[in-house]
Each structure stands twice: as structure tokens, then as C-alpha cells.
Design a protein around this ligand. Structure first.
Ligand SMILES: Cc1cc2nc3c(=O)[nH]c(=O)nc-3n(C[C@H](O)[C@H](O)[C@H](O)COP(=O)(O)O)c2cc1C
Length: 449
């Protein structure tokens, strides 16, 4: 059965092949494609020995080698955490303030950077702290802007947060800054702060989670203080040509959540702070907003485009990248009228070659998953995860446009969820679903469906 792609009118893709210069660092991406961050769950993991966690493995490096040979202008890594036990997810890479600029962890990060940049892509490490979005099975307590616990969602119980003290905040600032220096020394081109999707930085930015009455809460200037301190400390420690970027929500779907008018102020501040780029996204664990629930979104393709129109004209130096929902070259080229780069997440797991194939004129759009996949966060997260594992194993990622394979994946996901429930909080259980349909694993990498 041939792969089904989104319909796209045929457009000149030359604008997507234009280099992109980052003003503050002076670094130049070879084109406008931005491989968005996707947590890979492929770093080392040890339940007992915390310091054995989060080292990039050969498999993780292989994944970046593959993206590195496929013409992505910028490749962002999945979340890198700054504590051994405050993780976005099991299997994330980790750099804590205690990690030295030498030894097996450092060498593994060096190898990853080398693999990703071997053909001229830039690589940025995305660094994060989960704050209140820490799963309670990883650790029972955590820090956040305020002591507002995340309600259980999709079967996940969240850790109990306390309002971060000044000492906690100093450790967070040091954690991000050390990670930046570490990545710089390991050969990365830059760092991206994860300030979106409801993680710690976003918890400080958003009034939903920040009820502080000190200098870190209240006015938007105060809510920006954490990220300003992080940015200044990073700039103090890294080389002048190191890219500093941030991912931030253009919108959160809660009453007191980030609104586009706030995003404008945030972005103007990011420019004053010397951020090379801002990647705009949306949503958080409570409502992620990746999908086409609204008809208008389906027609427009990129989920958050309507929210960023008022934001982007105010940025002259900081480059604007939008991620979420881009699938056709027609929409991507159109969006470059107001944006500088096009972020792609799930399509880069389905087709690591997508950027190269679009630029070579081989395809005009991404593979179109069967109905129901894109709007189902767990289904699309975990299918992209299983596809990343396939790439590492030398398999062509299974075709999500094929109803039989998509249906079989749903069963594999249900089986994986069953295993997690049966494990009753055990930290031994990790990983994306294993594929049971032999047709899902029968194509060697590079042999398309
Ligand atoms: C498997 C998977 C893991 C993800 N992990 C991260 C992450 O670590 N950091 C992040 O900022 N976004 C993460 N995302 C979100 C993507 O970067 C992107 O914002 C989202 O997939 C929407 O873009 P898309 O429609 O092109 O997939 C992840 C997405 C997927 C599918």
C-alpha cells in the first residue's frame, strides 16, 4: 500500500533552502528547517545509581547521525534535564552542575554533537526542568513557582511541589548555565531553554502556576526574572558564538494562562536579553493543543499561527520559528512570510529524510497519519517514539498512514500502558511500545513503504 501524504499545492521551495543567520551569535543555519525537540528515551538509565543516568548512548548518537545527514538547518535535541531525579522523562539525557567537562558523559555528548553536525547542520541542546510536571513515580516532591500541584492526568500522578526558595532558584540558574557551558565545550552550537509546555520556566511565566508575591511573581517583568537571570548567567559563561534560544508558548488554554499579548512582551524581552531565536509553540500537560480539533486550525495547518501573528512583527533581531502542525510545503513557504524557520516534530520521526527530500523536490508534504492519530497526544507521542527507536535499529519507521499498521500500533500502545500499570510505579519500566506487526519492522531504513 503506497504511503499517503497530505495534499499540497506545488510551490517553489527555494525560500526553505535559504540560509538563516542568527544575529547575536553570528551562527548561520544552512536552511530554514528546524528539527524540533523530541524526548528520545534513549539515554542511559539506572534506578539505583543516579549518576549513571542520562548519559547519551550509542543508540541516541546514531539517531542524531541520521538526522545529521538529512539537511536539517538546526537540530534540537530532546529535553536534557539539570537534575538526576527531576526529569521530564526517564531516558532523558542529563547534565547537572556536578558533571565535569571530561569523562564518559562529556565524551558521549561530544560524540552526539559530532554526529549531528557532520554534514553542516547546527545542533542545539534543549535544556529543561520539569518543576511540577515531574511524575511522582520518579520523585515524590519537587519545586515550582508556587505550591500548586498538577492534577493527575492520563493516569500520571505528579510530584508535590513547594514554592522554590531563593536557594532553589540559584541552583536552577546555575543548572541551566552549567549545562550551556557544558554543551558549548562539548561542541554543540547552542542551547535552547525549554520555556514552553508547562515546564518550570513556563510555570514562572504563567499566572496559572505563579502566585508568588516576591520579585519572581506578579508583574510580567517579575515573572520573567527567572529566565532573565538564566540568560544573563549563560551569556557570562559561554563563547560569544554560542546560540541561545528559547521555546515558549504563544498560548495556553487556561483562564490565567499565557495569552498572545503576554507572548509579545516575553518575546521583546528575549530580544533585549540577546536570544538568537524564539521557537513558538503552545499548550502544556493539562491541554497540549497539538491537533486540529478546530476546523479553522485544520484549514490553516500550523496550530499556533493565529496566535503569533501579532507577536512576530515586533522582533527584528531575534529569529522566529514556529512548531506544531506544519505538514505541507505550501503552508511552510507561506509561513516564511512572517517567520524565519519551520519547526517539525513528529514528521521528523516518521521521515528523518523529510527536509532533504523536500529541498530535493522529491516530496511536497509529510506522510498523513490515519484519522485520529494526530489529535491523540499519547498515540502520536508514542508512535513518534517507537519510530525513533526503529531508526536507531536500522529500520524504516512504520507507516502511520497505513490503517493496518496504525491499528496494530494502538494495540502495542495499550499493551505498553498495561505493563506500566502492572509495574505499579516501578522505575524499571521505560521505553516506547515494541511493534508486534511484522510488516511494521520489515523495511530496512531507507526503503520506503
Ligand atoms: C515523541 C515526542 C517527544 C517530544 N519531546 C519534546 C521535548 O523534549 N521538548 C519539547 O520542547 N517538545 C517536545 N515535543 C513536542 C515537539 O517539539 C513539537 O512541539 C510537537 O510535536 C508539535 O509539532 P509537530 O506537529 O511538528 O509534531 C515532543 C513531541 C514528540 C512527538
Amino acid at each position: 500500500m503506497p504511503v499517503k501524504r497530505y495534499d499540497s499545492s506545488i510551490v517553489d521551495v527555494a525560500p526553505l533552502g535559504q540560509p538563516l543567520k542568527f544575529e547575536f551569535s553570528g551562527k548561520v543555519a544552512k536552511n530554514r528547517f528546524y528539527k524540533a525537540s523530541m524526548a528520545e528515551d534513549l539515554a542511559s538509565w539506572n534506578v539505583e545509581d543516579l549518576e549513571e543516568r542520562g548519559i547519551p548512548t550509542k543508540e541516541l548518537i546514531e539517531l542524531y547521525r541520521v538526522w545529521g545527514e538529512n539537511e536539517w538547518g538546526v537540530i534540537a535535541t530532546g529535553n536534557i534535564d539539570i537534575e538526576f531525579d527531576m526529569l521530564d522523562a526517564i531516558g532523558d539525557s542529563i547534565i547537572t552542575p556536578e558533571c565535569p567537562f571530561s569523562g564518559p558523559r562529556f565524551e558521549a555528548f561530544q560524540e552526539l554533537a559530532k554526529a549531528a553536525t557532520a554534514h553542516g547542520s547546527l545542533v542545539v541542546g534543549q535544556v529543561t526542568h520539569p518543576g511540577r510536571q515531574l511524575a511522582a513515580r520518579i520523585r515524590k516532591d519537587t519545586i515550582s513557582a508556587s505550591a500548586t500541584q498538577h492534577p493527575p492526568k492520563n493516569g500520571i500522578e505528579y510530584a508535590k511541589p513547594r514554592a522554590a526558595t531563593k536557594e532553589d532558584i540559584a541552583r536552577v540558574v546555575d543548572g541551566f548555565a552549567h549545562a550551556a557551558e557544558y554543551l558549548d565545550k562539548a561542541g554543540f552550537d547552542g542551547i535552547q531553554l525549554h520555556g514552553a509546555h508547562g515546564y518550570l520556566i513556563a510555570q514562572f511565566l504563567s499566572e496559572t502556576t505563579n502566585q508568588r508575591t516576591d520579585e519572581y511573581g506578579g508583574s510580567i517583568t517579575n515573572r520573567l526574572r527567572l529566565v532573565s537571570e538564566i540568560a544573563r548567567e549563560i551569556k557570562r559563561r559561554v563563547s560569544p558564538d554560542f546560540i541561545v534560544g528559547i521555546k515558549v508558548n504563544s498560548v495556553e488554554f487556561q483562564e490565567k494562562g499565557i495569552k498572545p499579548a503576554d507572548t509579545r512582551i516575553l518575546c521583546e524581552t528575549f530580544q533585549e536579553l540577546g536570544f538568537d531565536y524564539v521557537e513558538l509553540s503552545g499548550g502544556n500537560h493539562e491541554d497540549i493543543g497539538w491537533g486540529t480539533k478546530k476546523d479553522s486550525t485544520a484549514k490553516r495547518e500550523a496550530y499556533f499561527l493565529e496566535f503569533v501573528r501579532d507577536v512576530v512583527p515586533h522582533l527584528s533581531k531575534t529569529k522566529k520559528i514556529l512548531t506544531g502542525g506544519f505538514r505541507t510545503t505550501a503552508a511552510m513557504v507561506d509561513a516564511l512570510d512572517i517567520l524565519d524557520g519551520i519547526g517539525l516534530g513528529r514528521p521528523a520521526a516518521q521521515e528523518p529524510r523529510l527536509a532533504a527530500d523536500i529541498l530535493a523536490g522529491k516530496v511536497a508534504s509529510a506522510v498523513q497519519p490515519v484519522d485520529g492519530v494526530v489529535d491523540d497526544v499519547w498515540l502520536s507521542l508514542s508512535s513518534a517514539g517507537s519510530q525513533m527507536v526503529q531508526i536507531v535499529r536500522g529500520q524504516e519507521p512504520f507507516d502511520l498512514s497505513n490503517p493496518k499498521l496504525a491499528e496494530s500500533f494502538k494495540k502495542d500502545l495499550a499493551a505498553q500502558i498495561g505493563k506500566i500499570i502492572a509495574a505499579n510505579g516501578s522505575l524499571e519500566i521505560r521505553g516506547f511500545p515494541e511493534l508486534s506487526d511484522p510488516d511494521a519492522t520489515s523495511h530496512p531504513y531507507g526503503v520506503p513503504y
